[in-house]
Design a protein around this ligand. Structure first.
Ligand code: SAM
Length: 290
């Protein structure tokens, strides 16, 4: 007998009325109840039996149910105690499902992947808890986890920021950092009424496709990220002023001015107009001439 779809109004109500469950606002719990959005997520992630999918925050299993059907292996990581018996009862018998009861930011993902699925391509699919969207995305990008793509529901505002171009209002340190690791695509805008309970913001599904090689070669990657962070510290200030205010680069203001001007970037430029290529050029120039 086929299981009822969880990611619908009726399916979600049926599951939560069966268990002693109360929504936890602190965990960003807004469950997806629109099957069309679910289909878009699964289709765009192009999940096959060759894939191992890591899902962050399975909730009562709306997305999980679809992932188990399509993927070779599904590893779902959930923090909330209340959800563990629900997920175990529903999916515990599925051979390709593994549930980790933990805060995702405390999981050693490298070890987990190595133990659970060393030979499959890794894809991340999630309706993310919005209060920790940025740390989750940066952890996934920075840790060389052999991830092919990250398809996630985020706040619309975050999606706009990640897909923004240099010079726009939304462009920020997170945009440039994400650009170093991946290309960002907007999969779908998702209105707030697709969730239970209804959140106060609209959402969007985005896909980050990770580069095999970074788009820029840079000598000192740590310094590159320091510069990116510093460049957006004081918005609407010149690059010279914001880099000097940050101080972590360990350069006097006069020397910084000289390096910015000589590198061709320009001391009076603003950080929000620079692309990842510009930042890489500046970082290498500083390295070579400091
Ligand atoms: N995937 C489900 C869906 O689409 O209906 C639930 C998505 S809900 C937006 C976010 C989920 O992430 C919740 O189940 C919540 O308990 C879980 N969560 C929140 N913080 C977490 C953390 N630090 N680590 C792991 N899971 C977390």
């Amino acid at each position: 007998m086929q299981m009822q779809k969880i990611g619908t109004v009726e399916g979600t109500k049926a599951v939560i009325s069966k268990y002693p469950f109360a929504f936890q606002k602190k965990f960003g719990q807004n469950f997806l109840i629109d099957p069309r959005v679910l289909d878009k997520i699964i289709d765009s992630a192009n999940i096959t039996k060759e894939d191992c999918v890591i899902e962050i925050g399975p909730g009562i299993g709306s997305v999980t149910q679809q992932l188990i059907e399509h993927a070779g292996k599904v590893i779902s990581i959930e923090i909330d105690d209340q959800l563990i018996p629900i997920l175990t009862e529903q999916f515990g018998d599925c051979d390709n499902f593994r549930l980790i009861h933990k805060d995702v930011l405390k999981v050693d993902l490298q070890k987990l992947i190595q133990e659970e699925s060393p030979n499959r391509k890794i894809k991340v699919v999630a309706n993310l808890p919005y209060y920790i969207t940025t740390p989750i995305i940066m952890t996934l990008l920075e840790n060389q986890l052999n991830i092919e793509s990250i398809t996630v529901m985020v706040q619309k505002e975050v999606a706009d920021r990640l897909a923004s171009k240099p010079g726009s209002k939304q462009y920020g340190a997170i945009t440039v950092s994400v650009n170093y690791y991946s290309d960002t695509y907007l999969v779908a805008n998702v209105p707030r009424n697709c969730f239970m309970p209804r959140p106060n913001v609209d959402s969007a599904v985005i896909q980050l496709r990770l580069h095999d090689e970074p788009p820029v070669k840079v000598g000192n990657v740590k310094q590159l990220f320091k510069i990116i962070k510093a460049a957006f510290l004081l918005r609407r200030k010149t690059l010279l002023n914001t880099l000097a205010a940050h101080g972590e680069l360990g350069l006097e203001k006069d020397k910084l001015k000289e390096l910015l001007d000589e590198s061709g970037i320009g001391a009076q430029t603003r950080g929000e107009t620079l692309s990842i290529e510009d930042f890489a050029r500046l970082s290498d120039y500083i390295d070579a001439h400091r």
